[in-house]
Design a protein. Sequence first.
Lengths: 202, 256
Amino acid sequence: VEDLRPTTVTEDPVQRRDLILLERARDGDLSAFNDLVVVYQDMLFALVVRMVPDRDQASDAVQEAFFSAYRNMAGFRGGSVKSWLSRIAINAAMDAQRLKKRRPADPYPELEDDTWQPPADASADPVTTSLTSERHRALNGALAKITTDQRAAIVLYDVEGYDYAEIAEMTGVSVGTVKSRIHRGRLALRGLLADRMDLFRG
Amino acid sequence: VAERPSPVEPDDPRLVAAARHALHDEEVVAAYAVDGDAADDAARARTLIDRCVLCQDLHADMVAIGSVFKAAASAEAIAAVRPAPRDYRLTASDAVRLRGGNVLQRLAARLRDGIAAFGRPLGASMAAIGVVGLLVGTMTLGTIGLGGAPAAMPIEISGTAAPDAAPGVGPGATAGVTSGSDPKASQTTDRTIQDAQSPDAREELTPRTLDDAMNGTGGTSLIFAGSIILVVAGAGLLLAGTRGRRHAPARNRAHP
């Protein structure tokens, strides 16, 4: 049987730690896998909650992602464990969306939830803080109305900073499709925010 | 009656621009806003933006939306200040289920989960009851010991060991304890000693004393044995529960 385990030694201590934990998990050590869960669960939830309309659904998607990761540990081909887990979480989020067959017009149930920005520090100008918060709220509402694929592509590219190739790999589509989803998604957002664009132009 | 002017005249420049813009490919402009010169059709997009006011607006809006997204905190930054609402760690039974383990493995995993969930409180309770039992047993023995001292005289004489202390549990024992303050009781005790010292009485007393002793200490021994078992089992359960809990998830986390 061909051993597909990664053989390259990484210099990044975080990645090395992740690989060691994953290796131990593959050998049957549940606590090693749970250590990985502890390291990445908050990040994955923050990522998924932007793609899935409500927090409970997002939470279920993250749980499902970890189940899926545990089931498919043998399929890990090396590289970044974080990217691998992110990819699984994104797919779980998109699957959850498709399964629920929610209408894209449904708004986020928690529009007041400011998950888009970290808490403002005390020195921040209240007017700027309020404007930023208002922009994010408007964008959040519009984002909930575009398609799941477009939303995932926009979040991954614009917010998380992944490049086209990475997003294409994560979502299992071509780079051209990713680009198209981002461009069309932004156009759709502009259409949805037509009467509030002044908020963004200022 | 004067004819009301139409809000948009057919030759209104806005209408003309809108009509012309309808023929423009907005996605090319959107792509240019996202990728800049690296966009596939950058030259065409630039031309559109230069010549069409609406394409210009579109480009500006696309850039503005993009910059708001770029200013948004990444999931990693958010995660640092907002933890997930749940603990997603897998339980032993999750792991067995996901690996497709057999019935025995699933049962064992469920037992481990149960111990992880209830081992600590159950173990602590059992250990506490055990300790109380030990204390009660010790107190009972203490009472026997104090009360049994005068009555223990026949033990010395008859050569039998500690079990003979048991007659002290009876009324005589109480008398022994209170003999200092109760002359009547003191007499009873003296009589008991005298009776015990009499060879005839010794023969009669010894078997009865032994039976009583066995009955009295038998109960205490039971309490002791039960308590020790409870303490040991409780401590074991507590330990197992603590170990299991370290590895098992608490499903709900407090959101700050």
